[in-house]
Ligand binder design. Sequence first.
Ligand SMILES: Cc1cc2nc3c(=O)[nH]c(=O)nc-3n(C[C@H](O)[C@H](O)[C@H](O)COP(=O)(O)OP(=O)(O)OC[C@H]3O[C@@H](n4cnc5c(N)ncnc54)[C@H](O)[C@@H]3O)c2cc1C
Length: 393
Amino acid sequence: MKEYDVIIVGGGIHGAGVLQAAVAAGHSALLIEKGALASGTSSRSSKLIHGGLRYLESGQFSLVRESLRERAVHLRIAPDLVELKPFFIPVYAETRRRPWQLKIGLALYALLGGFAPGTRFGSVPKRDWGQLDGLQTHNLDAVIRYYDAQTDDAALTRAVVESARSLGGEIAMPAAFLGANLAADGVEVLFEQGGERVARRARVLVNAAGPWATRVARAVTPAIQVPDVDLVQGTHIVLPMSVTGGIYYVESPADGRAVFIMPWKGATLIGTTETPYKGEPDQVRPLPEEEEYLLAVVRHYFPAVAGMTRADIRERFAGLRVLPAASEKAFDRSRETIFTTDREPHPRVLGIYGGKLTGWRAAAAQVLARIGPSLSAKPRRAATDELVLRRAP
Ligand SMILES: Cc1cc2nc3c(=O)[nH]c(=O)nc-3n(C[C@H](O)[C@H](O)[C@H](O)COP(=O)(O)OP(=O)(O)OC[C@H]3O[C@@H](n4cnc5c(N)ncnc54)[C@H](O)[C@@H]3O)c2cc1C
């Protein structure tokens, strides 16, 4: 039976990152994807490579520091795919977060980002408010500007896979993982490809199946630990309106949640929502009430589109966040990636739950560090913070 050092289930950003990190470290690796690359969450995100300004409010400082470091790496290695953009936070008389609070937060953001060029911030002078894409100016007290980065999440995922392939990474696609049997020193992995059942051996199986990860973990024999996670749906809509100045970071008038209004492929992308989800990950779809919620936000801040309805929505998509199970609101829960292993210090299965698009490279490095003891040392082929990522033609 053909054998690999690492077999990865899932061709989202995490699976792509682990494939790249494994082959860069000199290991043989195979990635199994049941649909297309980035067909899950990794094409349905808000497409931001960002520190996550709002995570400061929940005290997730190390996550913000790591994310800002990763943002800087992306700007260096993926200039075709990741672009620094101005973000605007309008502050109205009724806005919950006041300008001074935002400026304290942004000063901390700049500090955690090592005062890199992309961490500068300030206020947009009142005389320039007319250049803000028709933003509502009634009761507007201030507009704070800072910088974060935008990407094309699916294109980024494909670029990481391409980089892994160039170092010898293999892909089976479409190929659906069926199950795995643990042995003393590795794992037998079964999948279905082109109507055939295929068996391969690996020293380690990495479960990077995103919202499907608990299903993949439950197909391992004998049974392994499956963490208690919740799925939370996030919907985006695309409207035929022009927002070109930058990304608007606004509070929903309904509940104060943060919503982004962003330029996207000649139109405008608005998101996101947070709706608990109990169904099959394959079945997730935007709900009418989520679309109405997002339309209400955009109509509130951009009077020129006050007449837009659900009939104007050009595109809609929903993705699933994987968050630690808890009773608190999704917004307040940790966004740190959760790693699980079947045993220490020589894991045969490692699971990745949750995490951020921004943090894929750091997450992959952590995976390699954790599974390292199960693999024999090989000569390194490349360093992932130096591999240039290019948009596929
Ligand atoms: C609404 C929303 C907005 C977000 N916005 C941002 C953002 O702006 N910035 C940011 O940094 N992060 C953001 N995130 C987080 C980020 O998108 C995710 O953390 C990331 O995309 C997860 O990638 P993944 O590889 O773990 O999962 P996925 O992309 O879901 O990949 C899992 C893959 O596994 C495959 N798979 C499943 N089962 C099997 C099987 N049996 N056999 C083979 N393959 C299988 C699936 O087809 C899928 O392609 C957002 C998340 C959501 C939900």
